[in-house]
Design a protein around this ligand. Structure first.
Ligand code: HPA
Ligand code: ZN
Length: 326
């Protein structure tokens, strides 16, 4: 049945969104031009047509290339405010966004330039669009533990503005255990922690995220379903999973949306949530993800309410804000 109006009207929280992955080609070209950078694509259409991926790494190569045009504080502001205006149309009322400081530090962009622009937009969005937020600093797992510690040191003056730490980028070959010590240091500073796990990597990486990183939630988590003991553990802990259907389809984590694991997760009592991950690259924001999944696996209204409620309950919004959103 057509539940698109029902989906559109639900108040939503987004818990898995890379701000660099919300970089729409039109804005990318505009910022490239004003910064005097030539993109290796002749047009917006040509760039969009390059968004065809067989796996996570093929996407990441294009994602890191895209963020290269971000140079000035206003670039980070423009990127972030564009995302907030776009999700307002989807009735997203709270968002917890990742950003990848190492992807910019490597190019010589100061930490303060990045975070000042992002925070200026987030604060403006909270005031003018009534979208509450948390900012999550994410470590790139293909880089070293030392680089993660260096990045944490850069973040020190901003720790009041950074709510949590994440772990993303190339999963296979970069297990959570590689970052156990730096995440322990983050927890000592009172930060929440989360990690991408079980997207392409095995269930073993989800166990490591739980036991070695002691995550407060799991990003993706799809492959957890391969391990019944792990499913039991996730259900017992009521661990939140930030699942991303269109991302999974575009990165070939699932071969067809009608095989998506969300119904199995809900049936197993797991706290699944729906998110857009990198909407500019994967072809859809929150409502697009919910609509595509609803149609593919025939979710009913009760399941849709459960998914959006899981996100509000599992968010890091204040209890007062959660009450407003429920
Ligand atoms: N997985 C891992 N790293 C990422 C992703 C993702 O889906 N998006 C941006 N960085
Ligand atoms: Zn992600």
């Amino acid at each position: 049945s057509d539940l698109s109006s029902f989906i559109a009207a639900l108040p939503k929280a987004e818990l898995h969104l890379h701000i660099e992955g919300s970089f729409e080609p039109e804005l990318m070209f505009a910022i490239a031009e004003r910064n005097g950078i030539r993109l290796p694509y002749g047009s917006v259409e040509e760039l969009r047509s390059a968004y065809a991926f067989n796996n996570l790494q093929e996407f990441l190569d294009i994602y890191y290339q895209g963020m290269n045009v971000l140079q000035k504080e206003e670039d980070y502001y423009d990127l972030t405010i564009a995302y907030l205006k776009r999700i307002k149309a989807d009735n997203v009322r709270h968002t917890e966004i990742f950003w990848d400081p190492q992807g910019h530090l490597e190019r010589g962009i100061p930490f303060s330039t990045q975070i000042d622009g992002i925070l200026r937009a987030l604060k403006e969005g909270e005031e003018t669009l009534d979208i509450s937020y948390r900012l999550i600093m994410s470590f790139l797992r293909h880089l070293s533990e030392e680089s993660a510690f260096d990045t944490l040191a850069e973040a020190e003056p901003y720790l009041q503005e950074i709510y949590a730490i994440g772990l993303d980028s190339s999963e296979t070959g970069h297990p959570p255990e590689k970052f156990a010590r730096v995440f322990a240091a983050c927890k000592d500073k009172g930060l929440k922690v989360t990690a991408h796990a079980g997207e392409e990597g095995p269930a073993e990486y989800v166990w490591q995220a739980l036991d070695l990183i002691k995550v407060d939630r799991i990003d993706h988590g799809n492959r957890s379903l391969e391990d019944p003991e792990l499913v039991k553990r996730l259900a017992a802990d009521q661990q939140v999973l930030t699942v991303c259907p269109l991302s999974n389809l575009k990165l070939c984590v699932v071969s067809d949306l009608n095989e998506h694991p969300v119904p199995a997760m809900l049936n197993a009592g797991l706290k699944a949530t729906i998110n857009s991950d990198d909407p500019a690259y994967f072809g859809g924001y929150m409502n697009d993800n919910l609509n595509a999944l609803q149609q593919a696996v025939n979710l009913d209204q009760r399941q849709l309410v459960t998914l959006t409620r899981n996100a509000i309950d599992g968010s890091w919004a204040t209890e007062e804000r959660k009450q407003v959103l429920r």
